[in-house]
Design a protein around this ligand. Structure first.
Ligand code: BGC
Length: 808
């Protein structure tokens, strides 16, 4: 197995959606699904091109209600390349005898190759090779090259290459009742006999998009001028290239495309930029070379080597590949967040959730400038979050559960259960915990990067405003003499209300409450840490007075945490009084019960009735907070630290893992006490998209948090990398039988490589005369490493079964 390559042999229409999503090529500015160039959206294929941050809103009447949905727009399809022999039909793989069909995704160079041989109804055999890239260092450029060889025939043929603006957003079956025609006012024209342009604008957000395509044709290696003819309507433009092919002579058609929008920087307007770009662009091979070089540089920064396991290594490469295709150095200058499903499909309409909680730790330690840019996406929406809080009767900043263009709440108000065919009210916007994730990300970026400027100028303000919001969400409950939070939804989306109660939301979600305590403590800390001048400015501008700070302190000492049984943290008030689900019966009846919510609703039942969770909720606490931190918070609240293994066991039995995030969290929380189970969950994380473990969801977009979460598991969980108190801490815990784990990170601006096996770690700094020494700590040993130096650490206890130093 080549760990840098993903191969797809043959053609399976049922698997085409997954393959297209996995073969998406992108560069953090835009991405295009791996659809066949001759295909259109037809239920099997789905060509989709998405530009980071380009959203549009449309209104539809659903179940008698007007709903507005904002979507990441499917841009004009730049892929179309097809051909016909003589005056025959345009190439359609379904209408010929396919002798060979294979696709290779080269994860190292970022190139997708498709090879096919076919015999047509006149028994002519033709061979095709197509290569494509979406350029990593020229973010507006993409290339598609088609090489055709007539194996046993000669004669006339025509290539047709164009840009198709007739696309809509219709990639997700269950959204098809919703309006999806986002592009309007299409226009197309040619600017030279080999350059076609199509432009349009989005309907409501009025973003202009232009694509230009330049064609070059080579016969037997010679550039020719074939005299193409134009095929044009407003929303479609193509060139027909007539050719006379000779048996065994190679015909090569090279299409170089440029995509620009009116959101771009350093731009006069998109059409001019797109045309100038393709006029100036080098040829396919040269561009492919510079593109691969840009990838080589990125791989260097993100090296993540699992020496013993080919499949695991391949999955890790795939995950890094898609992470960097969704968000990359090209994203730094954009106003874009991290869409949960990448730029790879239309699930969740390209919205941004709390998933960056699982993505930023990988970026914090490798591309801090990118992590900072992604946090600034939130900062720019702070005003909108303040307005949302105010409109809902709260103070501070209430970030939306789903975010898109301007930070308005984009969570759908109605969702379709495809099992029952019913449209249902959606209350998941009550996941107020999104704000806790934003604050946590800000705080951890600051710790990992040491970026004081960001903290002082932006981060502190975000944390203070979010703390203010959560404070206003709490109420003092006299009967308990504690602060409570009512009417929210926790990370587990199966529980959005109490059974039989009209009002949505549940009370005292333990995750939300404990993280609110964390936030209030952090806010006090932030005020203390700020330089005097900035503290003064913020206190003045935000009108923070002593009584408010006192309230933060009180909440961090008196917020209510529900417990039941023998030290089990209740997911929320009353969780333990819900019915137990007969998991075995449901598994027997339905096999896959990941989407238990849909199953129950289709049975006219309700997941709210059961102690059944979609994903880790209470266990998120053990994921985000170290045992020491959690103990300290609970201690501060006057609660004893519960047994982590007991809590894990309790919720593990009651979780359907209906979100791919769940396996990341479970692998993490089990790593230090039950290595084998942790590795099983780790394998699930690696399999999420490559094997489409949710049976059909990968086709609608990759699961970016799981992908990035797998890298974070390697670095922070198994290698135990943590940056705190000005030092790089290591707490390695890696099954030595899997061979050494090698990682590259960036610490204090310096490239550092770390090798881990079992409980030993070797750390190397890169050479360079001007580099300052770094401090590394492992167990009780601390060393100061100068440039080009190496240190080897070993923790005393080898892992045998349960880890004796387990925090649990
Ligand atoms: C999960 C959320 C997640 C979202 C986007 C949902 O299925 O329940 O936690 O943020 O997917 O990935």
């Amino acid at each position: 197995m080549n760990p840098w390559q993903l191969d797809f042999r043959g053609f399976d229409p049922h698997d085409e959606g997954r393959r297209e999503a996995l073969c998406t090529l992108g560069n953090g500015y835009f991405a295009t699904r791996g659809a066949a160039p001759e295909s259109r959206a037809d239920g099997v294929h789905y060509p989709g091109t998405y530009v980071a941050g380009c959203y549009d809103r449309l209104t539809t009447t659903i179940a008698g209600q007007e709903v507005q949905n904002e979507s990441l727009v499917n841009m004009p399809n730049w892929l179309p390349v097809t051909f016909r022999i003589d005056e025959g039909a345009w190439f359609d793989p379904a209408q010929v005898q396919l002798l060979d069909h294979e696709q290779e995704l080269d994860l190292e160079r970022g190139i997708l190759v498709r090879r096919l041989r076919f015999r047509d109804e006149q028994a002519r055999t033709t061979r095709i090779v197509q290569r494509r890239f979406v350029h990593m260092s020229r973010p507006h450029l993409a290339g598609l090259e088609t090489t055709l060889v007539a194996e046993d025939w000669s004669g006339p043929m025509t290539f047709r290459c164009g840009i198709d603006g007739r696309v809509t957003n219709c990639g997700v079956e269950r959204y098809r009742d919703l309006a999806g025609r986002h592009l309007v006012e299409h226009q197309s024209f040619e600017v030279a006999p080999n350059i076609a342009v199509l432009h349009a604008r989005t309907s409501q957000s009025r973003i202009r998009v232009a694509e230009a395509a330049r064609l070059r044709v080579f016969v037997a290696g010679e550039l020719i001028d074939p005299g193409p003819s134009l095929v044009r309507q407003d929303d479609l433009i193509a060139h027909d290239i007539p050719l006379d092919v000779e048996q065994n002579a190679e015909v090569r058609v090279e299409k170089i495309v440029s995509l620009h929008t009116s959101l771009d920087r350093a731009s006069t307007e998109p059409v001019t930029e797109a045309v100038d770009d393709v006029r100036d662009a080098a040829g396919f091979d040269d561009l492919a070379r510079s593109h691969s070089l840009a990838w080589a540089h990125l791989h260097g920064k993100f090296h993540c080597g699992l020496s013993m396991s080919g499949p695991a290594q391949q999955a890790v490469h795939l995950h890094l590949f898609h992470l960097l295709q969704t968000t990359s150095p090209n994203t730094v200058d954009l106003d874009a967040g991290i869409p949960a499903r990448g730029l790879h499909g239309e699930a969740y309409r390209g919205h941004i959730f709390w998933d960056e909680l699982f993505v930023l730790p990988t970026l914090d330690l490798r591309l801090p400038a990118l992590a900072r840019a992604l946090l600034l996406y939130r900062y720019r929406r702070l005003q909108q979050a303040r307005k949302a809080a105010r409109d809902a009767g709260f103070a501070g900043a209430m970030f939306p559960w789903q975010s898109g263009s301007n930070g308005r709440e984009e969570t759908q108000r109605m969702h379709l259960n495809p099992r029952s065919g019913r449209w249902l009210p959606d209350h998941t916007h009550l996941q107020r915990h999104i704000g806790l994730a934003v604050a946590h990300n800000v705080w951890h970026y600051h710790r990992a990067s040491g970026d004081e400027e960001f903290f002082v100028d932006f981060g502190a303000e975000m944390i203070l405003e979010i703390a203010r919001f959560f404070t206003s969400l709490t109420h003092y409950d006299r009967s308990r003499d504690r602060y409570v939070i009512r009417g929210v939804v926790g990370p587990d989306e199966y529980h959005t209300a109490y059974p039989g109660r009209d009002r949505p939301g549940i009370d005292n979600n333990a995750y939300t409450n404990i993280m609110t305590a964390w936030l209030c403590r952090t806010a006090v800390h932030v005020l203390r840490e700020l330089p005097d001048q900035r503290r003064g400015e913020l206190v003045d501008a935000l009108e923070i007075r002593h009584p408010e700070i006192d309230r933060w302190k009180r909440i961090s000492q008196r917020i209510f945490v529900p417990f039941h049984g023998d030290g089990i943290i209740s997911q929320f008030d009353g969780y333990d009084r819900l019915a137990e689900l007969d998991w075995d019966a449901y598994r027997q009846r339905y096999g896959d019960i990941q989407r238990l919510d849909r199953i129950l609703e289709a049975e006219n039942d309700d997941p709210n009735r059961y102690q059944a969770s979609k994903q880790a909720d209470v266990l998120m606490l053990f994921y985000l907070l170290s045992a020491e931190e959690l103990g300290e918070i609970l201690g501060g609240l006057g609660y004893p630290m519960p047994s982590i293994p007991d809590n894990i066991e309790y919720y593990l039995k009651r979780t359907s893992h209906g979100s791919t995030l769940s396996a990341v969290v479970h692998a993490w929380v089990l790593a230090r006490s039950q290595r084998h189970r942790a590795l099983e969950f780790f394998d699930d994380v690696l399999a999420s998209d490559i094997h489409d473990t949710q049976h059909g969801t990968t086709a609608e977009g990759i699961h970016l948090a799981a992908m990035s979460g797998s890298i974070d598991l390697l670095q922070r969980c198994f290698a135990g990398i943590e940056i705190r108190d000005g030092a790089l801490h290591l707490n390695p815990l890696w099954p030595s039988e899997l061979g050494p784990l090698g990682l590259s990170i960036r610490y204090q601006g310096q490239p550092v490589t770390i090798e881990v096996t079992g409980r030993t770690a070797t750390i190397r700094t890169s050479p360079g005369r001007k580099r300052a020494p770094i401090t590394c700590t492992c167990g009780t040993r601390t060393v100061c490493l100068g440039p080009g130096e190496t240190a080897r650490f070993s923790l005393e206890h080898p892992i045998r079964g349960a880890d004796p130093t387990s925090l649990a």
